[in-house]
Structures are given as C-alpha cells and as structure tokens.
Ligand binder design. Structure first.
Ligand code: PA5
Length: 426
C-alpha cells in the first residue's frame, strides 16, 4: 500500500548496498523487544493483540454518544490527540457532512481559542473525551476543567456523566482518580505504548468511533503493514535507511514531508511529532517539517528551489487515488484561457504538478526527493500508513543509536513553567 522511490536522491544505489546485517539486528531488536526503550514496544504487535472486548465496549459507548451529540470535544495534547485528528481529517476530509464534529482542545493554553469554543458550543449538544496517559498534563487538565463545568452547567451533574469519557492509565494519575471518583466511563492506555505510538489504542480509536469512522478497516490496514514489515527488506526500512544516509552522508539537517492533499496536513503534523520526539535527542536527528503543495510552492517553493543547499530534503506523499475527482469545466468564451485543461481532472493536474515539482527541485535545484506512493486516502490506508511510519521510525531511531521511545527534553520547559507558576513542589 506504500511504495518508496529513491530515484530522485543521490543515495539510491547505497540503499541497496546498506549493511543488511545491521538492519537484521535492529529488526530483531524491535520484534523481540530487546533494544533501548524496549518497555515501550507494545505497539509492534498491537494490531493483532489489542483487546477485542475493550473495542466492543468502546463501540457501544461511542454509538450511544453519537446519537446524543453534535460535537465531541477531544481533550489532549501531542500523542494524545494528533493521531485521532490525523485520521479524522485524512479519512473524513475537512468539510464532511457527518453528524458529529470533532473539536480539539487541551492542545493549547490560548484563552482566545478556548473562549471561541465556549461560544461555538452554545445551543449545541456536546460530549467530552479526556485523553491523557499521565493524567497530569497541564494543557488538557485546565481545558477539561473549563468544559466539564460548561457541560455540567448545561445538562446538570447527573445527565452530563454519560457524556464524559476518560482515556488514561489503568491505575495512576489525576485523571484516573477523577474519572473513578466521578464514575466516568474509562478506557485504558497500555503501559507499554507511548503517546506518539498510541493511535491504535483507545487514544485514537474512541474519538474515531464517535466520528463514525470504520475503525475495523483501520485495524485491517495496520495489520497489513505489520505483515509487510515482518521481513527486513521492506519499504518502511528502506525509507529509514534513505533518510539516515541523507542525514549522515549528504549532511541534510531537515526533512520536509510534502503532501498535495489538504486533508493530509494533520497527518504530516502527526509524523512531525513521531520523528521529532523519537529522534531529536543526544544532539542528533533530522528536524522534521512539513508542507502542503501546491499551496506552499507559493510561499516556500522559492527557498526549496534556490535557497541554502544540503539543508533540507523532501519526502513527497503521492496519493494515487483521490476520494473524489473533479473535472475542470468547459467555458465557451474561454476568457481565462483555461479550456486547455478541460481534458484533465483536478487530480491529474495535481499529480502533473507533483511530477513537474519533483523534477524542478531534484534535478534543477539539487534537492533530494524521496517519493512515497500511497494507494488512496481511507481508513485502511490510514491504518497502514500510521503503522508503516512507526516501524520506519523505530528503525530510524535505532540507526541513529538513540532511544526512540522516550522524550526527556520535553520536561525542561515544564519545570521552568511550573517554577514560574509556583506549582507546589517546584
Ligand atoms: O508522545 C508523547 O509521549 C507525548 O506527546 C504525550 O503524548 C503528550 O505529552 C501528552 O501526554 P499525556 O498523554 O500524558 O497527557
């Protein structure tokens, strides 16, 4: 479901000649859970090991909630929201007609944004899923306080209870305590799966069920990617080797993930967190950024074509089949001179743009381009792609000799902020 193409890089032949023994060794470390951070490798077999009973229960709760609400507030930050949002937008698109809208809160401390959502919810029926593995993260914590009170004011204490769901650790953390005390329905985040690897757990699956997404197909896609990456010489590992070589040999510092679909934008945000938090440590790693083309060709295209060299390379997602394809309409007068395009569909024009841009950037601009061909944009593809990138990320992190599953650097800002806010104990 994903094919990688390295023709537009200078390291194509070196990928084929890469030390396969090293790849085999790392592959075994991932599969047998023996490498750095091995207590966070629960995601590797999750597509076949997830708890069927919990999924059944989630389906029941989600289907009841779906009937009652117009809006589901998804409270969470980082790995506790990006996966659900990436899937929601990739699968349903940005302006879908489904009954339930997902709104993401707790991913910012902006009071303007928070107040805008309070105003937007007036006269709307809403529910809340509060997602936090630690159960102590400040941003979702304060957002939940605000919206829990809003819901209780709107519906009363008893009636709001069935509209609030917690997704958190099975034992510890303030959210677990709160959910138990208030008798909120709770789903569990497994101990051995970190935030950015958690989209197939209730973290991603519960909100997607409320959104009416076919999560069974997500699991089908994830399982397929799991099978396709059981052999060491797979497309995900080739991608990991390519980015490693571009970084180490060609000296690139930045990788930008390019998509030509607006509804893939948050997918690229999810990818940024996955690779940024997994690799950016011990003074190592590529800085992950993203672009949507052709939009950003009119802002960043100039820099990519002619700016500083060997800073940034591109990884381009080429979606073969659009969800919907439009024709450019014929206009008898042709005052805008665009009738020559009526023989093409929008998607054909979009993919022709991709072809022209890759040639311009790689051959004229000397910027390496990796192409990842995605078959389509649906639930199965999301499951496949999310798992595929997680596996590539694990390989990539181990190639760099870092622990891909921790994020110690994130604590530094938190400690400063808590000191400044005079949090007890800081
Ligand atoms: O990937 C990660 O581990 C982080 O991005 C976390 O998901 C994020 O910090 C939120 O943490 P928590 O789920 O504990 O609120």
């Amino acid at each position: 479901m994903i094919k990688s193409n390295f023709k537009n890089t200078k390291i194509e032949s070196e990928i084929k000649n890469f030390d396969i023994k090293k790849i085999n060794l790392i592959h075994e470390m991932i599969e047998n859970k023996t490498g750095l951070g091995n207590d966070f490798l629960g995601w590797v077999n999750w597509p076949v090991e997830f708890d069927e009973n919990e999924l059944k229960k989630m389906k029941e709760v989600a289907s009841k909630l779906r009937q009652e609400i117009d809006v589901l507030l998804v409270v969470g930050i980082g790995g506790s929201y990006l996966g659900a949002r990436a899937a929601d937008e990739m699968i349903r698109g940005l302006y879908h007609k489904d009954k339930v809208e997902l709104i993401y809160i707790g991913n910012t401390i902006s009071s303007s944004y928070t107040q805008q959502i309070i105003d937007y919810l007036q006269n709307k029926e809403f529910g809340i899923v509060n997602i936090s593995k630690s159960g102590t993260t400040t941003e979702p914590g304060i957002a939940f306080r605000v919206f829990e009170q809003l819901l209780v004011n709107q519906k009363g204490k008893e009636n709001s209870r069935s509209r609030i769901i917690a997704v958190t650790d099975k034992i510890k953390g303030a959210l677990k305590q709160l959910a138990t005390a208030e008798n909120y329905e709770t789903f569990t985040i497994p101990d051995d799966i970190g935030g950015r690897f958690s989209v197939f757990t209730p973290v991603g699956i519960f909100p997607l069920l409320v959104a009416g997404v076919d999560v069974d197909k997500i699991f089908i896609g994830a399982k397929k990617a799991m099978e396709d990456t059981k052999n060491t010489w797979n497309e995900a590992y080739k991608y990991a080797i390519a980015r490693y070589l571009l970084h180490k040999q060609e000296n690139y510092k930045v990788e930008t993930l390019v998509s030509y679909e607006m509804q893939m934008q948050i997918f690229t945000e999810w990818w940024k967190q996955l690779f940024g938090e997994s690799e950016g440590k011990d003074g190592k790693g590529l800085f992950p950024t993203s672009c949507v083309f052709s939009t950003d060709l009119h802002s960043l295209g100039q820099f990519i074509q002619e700016g500083s060299k060997n800073v940034l390379f591109e990884t381009v997602i080429d979606v073969k089949k659009p969800q919907i394809d439009l024709k450019v309409p014929l206009n008898d007068e042709d005052l805008d001179g665009l009738n020559y395009l009526t023989k093409n569909s929008f998607h054909e024009i979009n993919r022709t743009a991709l072809e022209g841009v890759v040639d311009a950037h790689a051959n004229v601009g000397q910027v390496s381009n990796i192409i990842l061909e995605f078959e389509k944009m649906d639930s199965e593809m999301f499951g496949y792609a999310a798992y595929w990138f997680m596996k590539a990320c694990a390989m990539s992190g181990y190639l760099l000799e870092v622990n891909p599953f921790n994020q110690p650097g994130v604590e530094v800002y938190k400690t400063n902020m808590f000191k400044l806010l005079k949090k007890p104990g800081f």
